[in-house]
Structures are given as structure tokens and as C-alpha cells.
Design a protein around this ligand. Structure first.
Ligand code: GTP
Ligand code: MG
Length: 137
């Protein structure tokens, strides 16, 4: 597929790293199709991460993801989902490869700077969670 969805998470936005992260994303060949600075309520964050609701870290994750503004984006590139997951690196920054966004900007397994969709199907669902058709270019 040609599309993926991302969020610059509250830790990275709050630290002033949004510009640097967007520069890395564009230089890696992704085109920004939609972008929005917003803040998730706890309820909306809970819906977004519903798939993790039985996990022990779910409550902390919802609190963290609703703790400050985020930048949501839809990105376009050939092989978008897989290539973007490579660019961001492992969930745990201690395991992320050199040069990945999480290696450079994440501070913990939870506050890990950025989200990337894990399948074409979820990319479409997640893009629809944040953007209407008239907000995508
Ligand atoms: P996303 O791109 O954000 O979906 O990350 P991911 O696909 O690499 O990881 P996953 O979907 O498994 O987990 C979603 C998010 O939950 C992670 O990005 C972290 O912010 C958080 N998370 C995952 N595992 C843990 C954990 O063991 N402890 C805590 N506190 N948070 C976790
Ligand atoms: Mg995930």
C-alpha cells in the first residue's frame, strides 16, 4: 500500500522535536497528505488504542497519549507501512537501530516519540479516525 498514518507523540512534540522529525520523514521520501496539531481526550486515546485494552500498560498509555498535543499525519510512499516502521525503529528505544527516529528522540518504551501503523488496514482506519476526505491532499 501507498499510505500510512503517524502521530508525533506528546513527549516529542513537547520537547520541541516535531520539526526535526518531520524533516527526517520528508527526507526519507514520504509525502505529507494530511497533517493536524490536536490533543486527544482520554476517551479518544482509549478508543485509538482499544486493541491494547487488556494489556497491563493500557491505562498509562492512555494517560500519556492524552497528556499533551500531538501531530497526526497521513503519509504517502510506495511500501509506506513497512518502510515507515523501519524508519521509526523498535517500540523500545533501547532496542531501536541507530539512525531511527525512536533511537534519536524516544525517552522510554512508553514515551517513544512516534506512532506508525502496523498494517494497510489499520493505516486506513487510523487515518479515518483523525481526517475527513476534505482534509487530505
Ligand atoms: P505504535 O506505533 O505507537 O503502535 O507502537 P508499536 O506498534 O511499536 O507498539 P505497540 O502497538 O505494541 O504499543 C503501542 C504503544 O504502547 C507503544 O508505542 C508505547 O507507547 C506503548 N507501550 C508498548 N509496550 C509498552 C510497555 O511494555 N510499557 C509501557 N508503559 N508502554 C508500552
Ligand atoms: Mg502498534
Amino acid at each position: 500500500g501507498k499510505k500510512t498514518f503517524t502521530m508525533i507523540k506528546p513527549d516529542a512534540f513537547g520537547a520541541g522535536n516535531a520539526g526535526a522529525i518531520i524533516k527526517i520523514i520528508e527526507e526519507a521520501g514520504f509525502r505529507i497528505e494530511a497533517a493536524k496539531l490536536t490533543k486527544l481526550s482520554a476517551e479518544r486515546a482509549g478508543q485509538f488504542y482499544e486493541v491494547h485494552k487488556e494489556r497491563p500498560f493500557y491505562k498509562d498509555l492512555v494517560a500519556y497519549m492524552s497528556s499533551g498535543p500531538i501531530i497526526a499525519m497521513v503519509l504517502e510512499k510506495e511500501n509506506a507501512v513497512e518502510d515507515f516502521r523501519k524508519l521509526i525503529g523498535a517500540t523500545n528505544p533501547a532496542e531501536a537501530e541507530e539512525g531511527t527516529i525512536r533511537k534519536q528522540f524516544a525517552t522510554s518504551i512508553e514515551a517513544n516519540a512516534i506512532h506508525g501503523s502496523d498494517s494497510d488496514e489499520n493505516a486506513a482506519i487510523e487515518a479515518g479516525f483523525f481526517f475527513s476526505a476534505t482534509e487530505r491532499f
